[in-house]
Design a protein around this ligand. Structure first.
Ligand code: XIL
Length: 353
């Protein structure tokens, strides 16, 4: 029996008006939330098992690196689009949607950008880059993480916006400049601000939610073009999710007229127990808390994980385990076998269909 039939049978159609949005959508029928992953081109084009998994599970892809400044801009005058083009072509050939990530970020910046020495120069470089990159994929990439991780690590009055080459020269205004420039380059593109660690039940989590709400509200009040918030979802398996805090946060973002996307879900498992079954269950439970808390307030437009298999994940770069065991943050294991996290994602994305 489909979950939807089960729900309908269990509640009776007369009770529809009492359903949560997720259950009502499930009862009404419709498409599941499109699921996807970030992609590394090397395995995509060299490992048939990786490619098969992507095609089997995904409707959306985003490149893990090839649209970042570090990959696109070897020097001030050059754009190297080969790898991004390759993924774009693959996506189009297979009927997958491709998201864009990212135009203004503090990370993955080529060294030459440190030579940028004035606000005028920063404005010129940032706008030239955004016009060229958004313009190149106009009508093909329909959703861009325009600004990535704008918040300070632990936002405090006077320290709300993270240091970056853009913030150094332009202050917080770089955010508006990036959004306006992307909008001009492709007025139909969905403009997204993307950030992380807003789900935690900690003082830092609360500070980040508040700072993000203030930032979004200010941009909207001033008429800056912006369409969605990307909640990355690099969850720390050992830190509880503030479920009610996250639900009210999402409700407030939705009330501003913004869509919600889950853009980079994975569960960082460096501090979780070693045994696989126990660890996989904890990872799945953490993701379920996160998705359910978001789903209680809004239907996220997309759910993407930051990788699909434990074989290719950024997590060990920063969060390797002291016991030397490999990390298991993603929905498929290193042999492409689905883990409980995949069940959670499928159940969630289908619960809105
Ligand atoms: C990471 C990639 O996964 C790494 O391969 C790369 O070296 C650094 O960036 N938040 C983001 C992503 O928005 O762009 C980051 O991706 C992971 C954290």
């Amino acid at each position: 029996m489909q979950r939807r039939d089960f729900v309908l049978g269990a509640i009776g159609t007369g009770a529809l008006s009492y359903l949560t949005p997720a259950l009502a959508a499930m009862a009404a029928g419709g498409e599941p939330i499109p699921y996807g992953t970030c992609i590394r081109n090397d395995p995509l084009f060299e490992d048939p098992a990786y490619r098969k998994a992507v095609l089997e599970y995904c409707k959306v892809v985003v490149s893990e690196g090839s649209l970042k400044w570090g990959d696109l801009r070897p020097d001030r005058h050059t754009f190297t689009f080969e790898q991004a083009d390759r993924l774009m072509t693959f996506a189009e050939e297979h009927g997958l949607e491709m998201r864009g990530h990212t135009l203004a970020w503090y990370g993955a910046m080529p060294d030459w950008t440190n030579e940028i020495a004035s606000p005028e120069e920063a404005r010129l470089e940032l706008t030239t880059h955004i016009r060229s990159v958004v313009g190149r994929y106009k009508g093909r990439i329909k959703s861009w993480d325009v600004v990535n991780e704008p918040l300070s690590d632990f936002p405090k009055p006077g320290d709300l916006i993270r240091e970056s080459i853009w913030q150094k020269h332009l202050g917080a205004d770089y955010i508006e400049l990036a959004l306006r420039t992307a909008h001009e380059a492709d007025p139909d593109v969905q403009l997204v601000i993307n950030d992380y660690d807003i789900e935690q039940a900690t003082d830092r989590g609360r500070a980040r939610r508040k700072a993000l709400l203030d930032l979004l509200r200010d941009l909207i009040d001033r008429g800056v073009p912006l369409h969605a918030l990307g909640i990355q979802g690099h969850l720390k398996g050992d830190i509880p999710i503030d479920k009610s805090g996250l639900t009210s946060f999402v409700a407030e973002v939705k009330a501003m007229g913004l869509a919600i996307l889950v853009t980079e879900l994975d569960v960082i498992d460096d501090a979780l127990p070693g045994p696989e079954a126990e660890r996989d269950a904890a990872v799945a439970a953490c993701a379920r808390d996160f998705l359910d808390a978001i789903g209680a307030a809004a239907r996220p437009e997309r759910v993407l994980t930051w990788g699909i298999t434990d074989q290719h994940t950024w997590v060990p770069i920063w969060f390797s385990r002291q016991d030397g065991l490999p990390n298991r943050p993603l929905p498929l294991d290193a042999d492409f076998k689905p883990k409980p996290l995949m069940d959670v994602i499928q159940e969630f994305t289908h619960s809105f269909s």
